[in-house]
Write a protein that binds this ligand. Structure first.
Ligand code: NOJ
Length: 764
C-alpha cells in the first residue's frame, strides 16, 4: 500500500468541518494521521464511528450498507464470511465520503470454524501453549473469514457455578485465569494485531461480571475494593498488559453504579491507573439499559452518561446515533468526549491494519473459499490434541480405565451422540455436522476390534418448560431434540444394551444451552431422568464409566460414589468424540486438572479454594464444635481445585528451599522432585501455592502463584524449581497498595490444591 494516505478525495462533498487540512499525511505516523482524519470529519461522521451494529434482525442488510456509506456505522458484528463482509467494506472504504474502513467483529471464544473445548476445558489443560495455540488457530480461521476483532477472551472469575457463563471463562483462580488471558491474547493477536492472520482481542466483561449475586445472570455486583483488586481484576489487567486492543464493558452494576456509566471503572482504573489506550465497547444494548438500571431517566441521559464515562462504542446502538448529536449541540456533551472516543475507534482500526488495507482480511473475491465449511479449512489435529489435554479424570476405581479395544461396550446417554452439544455454547462459526460425537469417536477407535451398542437411554431432561427454554433461541437447529419415546422405553433399551456389554459408558450432563448466557440454574444436579438412567445402569452390576459433558461444576455426589470411573469432558469441541476415545482407550493418558472447585451441593456455594482465613475454620471432630460448617452435609468440596487423576502415579518429594530468608528484591527457589512411579508415561501439573502466615489484613488460606505442566516417562523423575520473588508475595492492602509484608510465608507444592508438601521462609 502507498505510504501516503490522501484524505480528502473530492472537495466537492465538503461540509463546513471537512477538509480543513487536505495535505497528505504519512500513514506511518499514527497520531498525526488520525488527528488529520478527525479534522475532516463532521460531527455525524464522528458519531457514526461510535456505532457497532449487529448483522441480523436489528437492521436489514440493505439498510446497513446504506448507513455505512452515509458514515453512520463504525463496525459490525455477526457476519462471518468474506462474501458477507466485502460489500459492507465496499460501502465504507469505497463509497463513504471519507472512506474510513469498517471493522468486523464476532464472538470467537473457543475456536472459529474448528471448535476447541470451552474455555473452562481449556483452563483444565493448564497448558498455556495449548491455550495460545487455540487463540492462534482461531485468529487464522476468523481472519480468513474477513473478521478483524473478537469479543474475547472472557476472563470473568467464576465462583458461583449457578452462573451459566461459568462455561465461558477459565475458572475461579486469579492466577490461572490471568495466565490463560495472556496466552489467548498472544494467540489471537500474534506478533501484531495488524497482521492479516491476526484478530484484535477485546477482553470482557469489564468488570466483575462473574461475581453477580446468586449466580443469576445480569444481576448486580457488590464487592469490597480489596477483593476486586486481589481476585477479580487481575485477569482483565493481564489481558490488557498482554496487548489486548479492546475492552468490552460488563452489563452489571458495581457497588451501585452500572459498569457502562462507571467513571471510576472506565476512567480512573482503566485509563488512568492501567494506562489502557485501546477501544472500549459496550455490551449488547447496555447503554440503553442504563434506563432500566435506573440511573438514566431516558435514552438521552443514558447516552450522555456512557460517553462521559468513556464507552467508546455502543453495541447494537440505539442511543449514541440518536442522542449524541443533540447532546453535543446543546453543550451537554463536550465535543472532546466524542473526539476521545473517535480517536480510540480509529486507533483500533489503525492497529488492525485497516487503514493500510481495508481488505487485508477480506481479500479478493476470486480468492474466496469455494466452500465455507470445507474440511480443508479445519484444524482437526490441533482440536484433538487440545481436547485430550482438557479432559479431567475424576475417578478410576480398579483401573476400570483405560478400556480394552475389544469386547462389547454399551454406550448410553443423551450426550453420547449429539453433535451440537459437543461444540459447547458460543461455538462461533462451528458447523455442527463436522463435530465428532462420543459415539463416532468410540466407533472410530474400535474399528473392527470390538462391538459398540448404542442406546440413548434418556432425553437431556423430561421437563417441558426447560426444553422450551433451551429451544427458545434455535439458531441453526433446535438445541435439544426430544426422543418421543416414553422414558421407560428408552430406559429398558439402555438396560438391555448394558446387560449385553462388558462395560457401560454413560454420556450424561447438560445440553450446551444449559451452560450459556442467561442460563443460570438453581440446582447443580443432573436432570432427574438422567439420574434415573444412571441408577438403572448401575443396577446391572456392569462397570459404569461416566462421561460428563457440562459447562459448570455439577453435584456429582451420587456419581462419585457409584461410578467405576468418571471423566469430565466439559464440551470438548469439534474433535471431542475422538479425544474422549483417546482417553477412554488409553491412547492418551489424561492430564487435566480442575480449574474450579466442585461443591457437593448448591448449598455450599461459594466454594472456591482460596477463601480468606477464618477465626473458626471447619475442624472435623465432635458435632456442634462451633467451627465454620454446614451440619447437614459433609463439609468441603467433592473435588477440589487443581484435582485430576492420571493412569500413572506420581510422587512429589518434600520441598527444598534455596534459603530460609528472602531479602526485598531478592528471591527464593522452591523445588521438588516429581517422579512417575507408575507403568505409563504421563503428564501432570506441579502447582505452587503460597500462604501469608500473618499479615496486616486477613489473607487467603493459600493462593496459586505458579504451575508447570511436565511430561514424565514411566519411572522418570524431574526436579521442578519455582522462583519465588517479592511479586509473588504481594497483595492489595486496604489502601489498595500492592505490598509484600515482612514475615513468614508457607510454600506449598503439590499436584492439586490440597495434597501438598510444605516449607516456610521469612521475608525480611
Ligand atoms: C452479549 C454478551 O454478553 C457478550 O459476551 C457478547 O460478546 C455480545 N452479546 C455479542 O454477541
Amino acid at each position: 500500500m502507498n505510504k501516503l494516505y490522501v484524505l480528502a478525495l473530492s472537495a466537492s462533498l465538503a461540509s463546513p468541518l471537512a477538509f480543513a487540512d487536505t495535505k497528505p499525511v504519512s500513514i506511518d505516523n499514527k497520531p498525526a494521521f488520525i488527528a488529520s482524519l478527525m479534522k475532516q470529519m463532521t460531527l455525524d461522521e464522528k458519531i457514526g464511528q461510535l456505532r457497532l451494529i449487529s448483522i441480523g434482525p436489528e437492521m436489514p442488510a440493505k439498510e446497513i450498507v446504506k448507513e455505512i456509506a452515509a458514515g453512520r456505522i463504525g463496525g459490525t458484528f455477526n457476519s462471518v464470511t468474506r462474501a458477507e463482509n466485502r460489500p459492507l467494506q465496499d460501502a465504507a472504504a469505497k463509497n463513504s465520503r471519507l472512506k474510513i474502513p469498517m471493522f468486523f467483529a464476532y464472538d470467537v471464544i473457543h475456536g472459529h470454524r474448528t471448535i476447541f473445548p470451552i474455555s473452562l476445558g481449556l483452563a483444565s489443560s493448564w497448558d498455556m501453549q495449548a491455550v495460545e495455540r487455540v487463540g492462534r488457530v482461531s485468529a487464522i480461521e476468523a481472519s480468513a473469514d474477513g473478521l478483524d476483532m473478537t469479543f474475547g477472551p472472557m476472563v470473568d472469575i467464576a465462583r458461583d457455578p449457578r452462573w451459566g457463563r461459568t462455561s465461558e471463562g477459565f475458572g475461579e483462580d486469579p492466577h490461572l485465569v490471568s495466565e490463560a488471558a495472556r496466552a489467548t491474547v498472544r494467540g489471537l493477536q500474534g506478533k501484531s494485531a495488524s497482521a492479516p492472520d491476526s484478530i484484535m482481542a477485546s477482553v470482557k466483561h469489564f468488570a466483575l461480571y462473574g461475581a453477580i449475586e446468586g449466580g443469576r445472570d445480569y444481576n448486580t455486583v457488590d464487592m469490597s475494593p480489596m477483593r476486586m483488586y486481589q481476585d477479580y481484576l487481575p485477569p482483565y489487567r493481564a489481558a490488557i498488559d498482554a496487548g489486548a486492543g479492546g475492552v468490552m464493558v460488563a452489563l452489571n452494576s458495581i457497588n451501585g453504579v452500572p459498569a457502562s456509566s462507571n467513571m471510576w471503572l472506565m476512567q480512573d482504573l482503566l485509563r488512568k491507573d492501567w494506562g489502557f489506550k485501546g477501544v472500549t465497547v459496550s455490551d449488547h444494548g447496555a447503554i440503553t439499559e442504563l434506563m432500566r438500571h435506573g440511573v438514566a431517566k431516558d435514552n438521552r441521559e443514558a447516552a450522555k452518561l456512557a460517553i462521559k464515562a468513556g464507552i467508546d462504542m455502543s453495541m447494537a446502538d440505539t442511543s449514541y446515533g440518536a442522542e449524541l448529536p443533540g447532546l453535543v449541540k446543546s453543550g451537554e456533551v463536550n465535543i472532546k468526549d466524542i473526539d476521545n472516543a473517535v480517536r480510540e475507534v480509529l486507533g483500533a482500526k489503525y492497529d488492525m491494519g485497516l487503514f493500510h488495507d481495508p481488505y487485508r482480511r477480506i481479500g479478493k473475491a476470486s480468492d474466496d473459499p469455494a466452500e465455507t465449511n470445507a474440511e480443508s479449512r479445519l484444524h482437526r489435529d490441533d482440536a484433538r490434541d487440545v481436547a485430550r489435554k482438557s479432559l479431567v479424570l475424576l475417578e478410576n476405581r480398579n483401573q476400570t480405565l483405560p478400556l480394552k479395544k475389544g469386547g462389547t461396550i454399551a454406550l448410553v446417554g443423551p450426550l453420547a451422540d449429539t453433535q451440537i452439544d459437543v461444540m459447547g455454547s458460543w461455538s462461533a462459526a462451528g458447523f455442527l455436522k463436522q463435530s465428532v460425537t462420543v459415539r463416532q469417536g468410540l466407533q472410530n477407535a474400535l474399528g473392527q476390534q470390538g462391538r459398540l451398542i448404542y442406546a440413548r437411554g434418556s432425553n437431556i431432561t423430561e421437563d417441558k418448560k426447560i426444553v422450551e427454554y433451551l429451544n427458545y433461541l434455535n439458531w441453526d437447529a433446535p438445541e435439544v431434540v426430544q426422543d418421543p419415546r416414553l422414558q421407560v422405553e428408552m430406559l429398558e433399551e439402555a438396560v438391555k444394551a448394558a446387560q449385553q456389554a462388558d462395560v457401560i459408558v454413560a454420556a450424561v450432563g447438560e445440553s450446551r444451552g444449559m451452560s450459556h448466557e442467561s442460563s443460570s440454574r438453581v440446582s447443580l444436579d443432573l436432570p432427574a431422568n438422567q439420574r434415573v438412567l444412571l441408577e438403572a445402569l448401575k443396577a446391572t452390576g456392569k462397570p459404569l464409566v461416566i462421561v460428563l459433558m457440562n459447562g459448570r461444576p455439577l453435584n456429582l455426589t451420587w456419581a462419585q460414589a457409584n461410578a467405576d470411573a468418571m471423566l469430565e469432558t466439559w464440551f470438548p469441541g469439534t474433535e471431542g468424540g475422538n479425544a474422549i476415545a483417546d482417553v477412554l482407550f488409553g491412547d492418551y493418558n489424561p492430564s487435566g486438572k480442575l480449574p474450579i472447585t466442585f461443591p457437593r451441593s448448591v448449598g455450599q456455594i461459594p466454594s472456591y479454594y482460596n477463601h480468606l482465613r477464618l477465626g473458626r475454620p471447619f475442624t472435623p471432630g465432635k458435632p456442634g464444635n462451633y467451627t465454620s460448617q454446614y451440619f447437614d452435609e459433609e463439609n468441603g468440596p467433592l473435588y477440589h481445585f487443581g484435582y485430576g487423576l492420571s493412569y500413572t502415579d506420581f510422587t512429589v518429594s518434600d520441598v527444598t528451599l534455596s534459603s530460609q530468608t528472602m531479602q526485598r528484591k531478592g528471591s527464593v527457589d522452591a523445588s521438588v522432585r516429581v517422579k512417575n512411579t507408575g507403568q505409563r508415561d504421563g503428564a501432570t501439573v506441579v502447582q505452587l501455592y503460597i500462604r501469608d502466615v500473618a499479615a496486616s489484613v486477613v489473607r487467603p488460606v493459600k493462593e496459586l502463584k505458579d504451575f508447570r505442566k511436565i511430561m514424565l516417562k514411566a519411572g522418570e523423575e524431574q526436579v521442578v524449581r519455582f522462583k519465588i520473588d517479592e511479586d509473588k508475595l504481594k497483595f492489595f492492602n486496604p489502601k489498595l497498595q500492592n505490598v509484600a509484608e515482612a514475615g513468614a510465608f508457607d510454600v506449598q507444592i503439590g499436584l492439586d490444591s490440597q495434597n501438598v508438601k510444605q516449607a516456610s521462609f521469612d521475608l525480611k
